[in-house]
Design a protein around this ligand. Structure first.
Ligand code: C5P
Length: 396
């Protein structure tokens, strides 16, 4: 229910992706937003207003001169009460008109008369998207502070392949949710580690662990939504980089250590989420170890540097946050780890609750005590953690 109490005006313009706007309305309603749909004439050639009316539970507007509006000012009334105006799909023609400030139908007039943020999700044939006129218009829109969501690349309804597909409805909803997050880390710099490390034994083998990177990527995303400048040093994972986050890919614990130390100066917050291998092979065989070479190989291990403890021991450390993934006695181990690493905040979780999955159950431990977070999807936990980090930063 991330959009509770939010009133969204959804503009639908003419394009085949208009059918996806129906799903978009459903997802917005699922997040508890109230949705008011405005369609252009062209849009109603693809989907009827009845569809949107049924899904949104609200009257749909297509005509500037709609007699249902007592004062005949639909363009003013609809925009004044909106928390955001979202146009999806946004056709090339709509983008051009908006960039030029043309108001020749209800939707474009509403856009010009708005006093709320505007987001557009372009959808068009790849050549229309690549056309210099469209690119010029999109640059103007960005310059005017309008949120341009996508487009994505892929198969197109016309049979071509390329840039111009509308973002998927769930991606558009995620962008809107991000927009409404409180900007508690505005102007702050946050560095994180995430994922596992891979400690090579020979050119094809190594020691690693099952960390998926999901929690670290979720925290990077939540920090970015909260207005921070975010750098994410990641071990080998398959996660998608959150929008606006600078990602640095590393493989081993030593590489992760070097990447963090290079960037730590000037950071306000450091969050060590990575499951850094405690040990690495002392030497990496430069050729594949063959079993016919004789006896069982003797792989000597040496300790990896403790990145988090080292950052916390810097003369003027950023606010350091660690993770304690335990199988039992969570509170005792988490607190012991917090003391040993001399960090103000540690996030404890039981591995049987969260490892690899989309949801987690975690408890925060800091000087003020224990704070169990509401269990749920990792992104929601990440947002709660960011709120706590912001409070600690303020009181520092
Ligand atoms: O000591 P332990 O591995 O249990 O501590 C976990 C916390 O320390 C996590 O926040 C992890 O990212 C961090 N860590 C680290 N470098 C290591 C080992 C752990 O930054 N070599």
């Amino acid at each position: 229910m991330e959009l509770s109490g939010k009133r969204i005006v959804l503009g639908v313009t003419g394009g085949i992706a208009a059918y996806k706007a129906a799903e978009l309305v459903r997802l917005l309603i699922k997040q508890d937003a109230s949705v008011h749909v405005v369609m252009t004439d062209a849009a109603s050639h693809f989907v009827t207003p009845v569809t949107f009316q049924a899904l949104s539970g609200n009257p749909v507007f297509t005509d500037q001169w709609d007699p249902r509006i007592a004062n005949n000012m639909a363009h003013i009334d609809l925009s004044r009460e909106a928390d955001a105006l979202l146009v999806a799909p946004a056709s090339a023609d709509f983008l051009a008109k908006t960039a030029a400030g043309i108001a020749d139908n209800l939707l474009t007039t509403l856009v010009l008369a708005r006093d709320c943020p505007l987001f557009v999700a372009p959808a068009m044939n790849r050549q229309m998207w690549e056309n210099p006129a469209t690119q010029r218009n999109v640059a103007t829109l960005r310059n005017d502070g309008i949120g341009v969501l996508g487009p994505a690349a892929g198969d197109q309804a016309c049979g071509e392949v390329g840039q111009g597909r509308m973002l998927e409805p769930d991606e558009i909803v995620a962008e809107l949710i991000a927009h409404f997050q409180p900007k508690v880390l505005a102007g702050r710099k946050v560095l994180l580690t995430a994922g596992p490390t891979f400690e090579a034994i020979d050119p094809v083998r190594g020691i690693t662990n099952l960390s998926s990177g999901k929690m670290g990527f979720a925290i990077a995303c939540a920090a970015q939504e909260a207005g921070a400048e975010v750098t994410l040093v990641s071990g080998p994972v398959t996660q998608q980089t959150p929008r606006g986050v600078t990602r640095v890919d590393v493989t081993s614990g030593l590489e992760m250590h070097a990447a963090v130390m290079e960037r730590i100066s000037g950071q306000d917050v450091f969050v060590g989420v990575a499951a850094v291998a405690d040990y690495r092979p002392e030497a990496i065989a430069d050729r594949k170890i063959k079993k016919e070479d004789g006896a069982t190989p003797d792989i000597r291990l040496v300790r990896n540097p403790d990145i988090l403890a080292e950052v916390a021991a810097l003369p003027a450390p950023p606010l350091c946050v660690g993770f304690a993934a335990e199988s039992h006695d969570l509170a005792a181990y988490a607190e012991r780890k917090r003391m040993a690493k001399k960090i103000p905040l540690i996030v404890g979780n039981l591995i049987q609750h969260g490892f690899g999955g989309d949801d987690n159950t975690v408890v925060l431990f800091d000087d003020a005590g224990q704070w169990p977070l509401t269990p749920g999807p990792k992104i929601q936990l990440a947002r709660q953690l960011i709120a706590r980090i912001a409070t600690l930063l303020e009181n520092r």
